[in-house]
Design a protein around this ligand. Structure first.
Ligand SMILES: Nc1ncnc2c1ncn2[C@@H]1O[C@H](COP(=O)(O)OP(=O)(O)O)[C@@H](O)[C@H]1O
Ligand SMILES: [Mg+2]
Length: 466
């Protein structure tokens, strides 16, 4: 009743009674293609300004410090009193800094890593000071993908990378999205495609072409030319592309807009030399350049499309995470994403295996250690029913963990990206603890997969070696 009565005095909704002349006045001139350049330039200037605010004098991001409370609560499983005692007994260990006499002690992450190493060497063997990684097993490659944008791919990938680093793993993040969100989160600098994965893919193709040319000359055919790009790429290794970040144990291969060029170049190469196994390019190069020994986990953030870069990333992945919101639209499009994955990879297998059979060789068979859909931005008060239904249909493919929606992500501010970079003193302690819980739980669910997968490999290795 109240609503009806009030409505008589309400203003009309804003879309009624728009005055055409006023609208025309406000409109401004028509836009031509040069107009896009002006808009882009304005954005670039604004971006530089904004980015500059999150950077220190040297133009680099810095990571915040970690307090004794946070270290003993979240990072090194010891009681705070014991932690302080061990520091007192070992004056050579980092002692931390405090703003006031007797105030809380703060440490850099580098120092936390050194302290962890000390506890791992000296402390109780029963405690997990170092995260599990079986000896002799290569790093695991983790792709976060879904062809829908805005589902939480980059947020999930960045938070997993940060929590794995806090947990003590050595992490490499590879940005395959030419929008470069992951790259800006980690403060990466990428001039052009030559500082992205592009040269690795080009090098893989160039090596293939060299082999192909030898076979051609054996058959008395003319070789295919190696252009400047390919010759240049042959000189570049993954180490040349890896950047340090403001996290001591997270490195980055960045991306920027030019990486999109790969989407046009890859099919051209493939047309030129049909035998090129483009889907192996990233895996082969990461392995050949020793990165699977140098790191524990390699995270790939992918663009919202099933293009060649994504296919490369997915083919390289051991673990595939597919974030999606618990909404009908996202469920629906994620179903179609899996359908596309099936047709893409099975058609690659089919074509390859036809050739392989003809040559009496072993066929191609893609395999992933684990594939999980992950509900992101979950609101239990609104989405419980839909999530439960998704769980029924997807079964174990849907991770039982649901990543709660948290305002902390948006609030973390322009200096920091994600809750692990935020200083808890900027928040109400309860809000912080709950927000952090959401991503700690996401990490825990992922780590279960990782540990299980590594363990399975380790057992298989033991079986083989007796
Ligand atoms: N758990 C979460 N709670 C709240 N907001 C989130 C959460 N995860 C992601 N977001 C927000 O959703 C938006 C899209 O996330 P993003 O990771 O960029 O998606 P994608 O990489 O799939 O395009 C971003 O604004 C991000 O801050
Ligand atoms: Mg993204």
């Amino acid at each position: 009743m109240e609503i009806l009565m009030a409505s008589e005095t309400f203003d009309l909704p804003p879309y009624f009674n728009i005055d055409p002349d006023k609208a025309m006045e406000e409109l401004g001139a028509a836009t031509d293609s040069a107009g896009f350049a002006r808009i882009a330039e304005a954005c670039a200037r604004g971006r530089a300004d904004l980015a500059g605010r999150g950077l220190n004098q040297e133009g680099r991001k810095t990571l915040r410090m970690f307090s004794t409370w946070e270290i003993t609560r979240y990072l090194i499983p010891v009681a705070a009193a014991h932690f302080r005692r061990v520091l007192r007994q070992n004056p050579a260990l980092p002692q931390g800094r405090s703003a006031s006499d007797g105030g809380a002690k703060w440490f850099t992450l580098d120092e936390v890593l050194r302290l962890r190493a000390h506890f791992a060497a000296e402390g109780s063997q029963a405690k997990e000071y170092r995260p599990y990684r079986p000896e002799g097993q290569p790093a695991k490659i983790v792709a976060v993908a879904n062809f829908k944008g805005g589902v939480g791919k980059t947020s999930t990938c960045a938070h997993l990378a940060m929590s794995a680093a806090l947990d003590g793993y050595r992490v490499l993040v590879v940005d395959l999205d030419s929008q470069g969100s992951m790259t800006s989160i980690f403060g990466g600098r990428v001039e052009d495609e030559w500082s992205t994965v592009f040269p690795l893919l080009a090098r893989h193709y160039a090596s293939h072409l060299q082999r192909d040319n030898r076979a051609r000359s054996d058959r008395g055919e003319d070789p295919l030319p190696l252009d400047d790009t390919l010759s240049e790429a042959l000189k570049i290794g993954a180490q040349d592309l890896i950047q340090k970040t403001h996290w001591p144990n997270i490195d980055l291969i960045g991306a920027q807009l030019n990486l999109y060029w790969a989407e046009f170049q890859i099919p051209v190469w493939r047309m030129q030399s049909r035998g090129w196994k483009l889907w192996d390019a990233l895996t082969d190069r990461l392995e050949a350049d020793g990165l699977l020994d140098e790191y524990d986990i390699i995270f790939l953030d992918t663009p919202p499309a099933l293009g060649y870069l994504t296919i490369n990333g997915l083919a390289a992945a051991d673990i595939l995470l597919v974030p999606l919101g618990a909404s009908f639209l996202e469920f629906d499009s994620t179903g179609r994403f899996f359908d596309m994955l099936h047709s893409t990879f099975s058609s690659i297998e089919e074509v390859e295996n036809m050739a392989a059979r003809a040559l009496g060789r072993e066929g191609l068979h893609f395999e992933w250690d684990a594939v999980r859909a992950v509900v992101t931005r979950y609101d239990s008060s609104q989405q419980a029913e839909l999530a439960a239904l998704m769980q029924v249909y997807l079964g174990s493919v849907l991770s039982p963990h649901r990543q709660d929606f948290t305002a902390l992500i948006g609030q973390a501010g322009e200096q920091v990206n994600g809750i692990y970079e935020a200083d808890y003193r900027d928040f109400n302690r309860e809000t912080y603890v709950r927000g952090r819980q959401a991503f700690d739980a996401t990490y825990a669910a992922f780590k279960r997969l990782l540990v299980g997968v590594w363990r399975r490999d380790e057992m298989a290795q033991d079986d083989r070696t007796g």
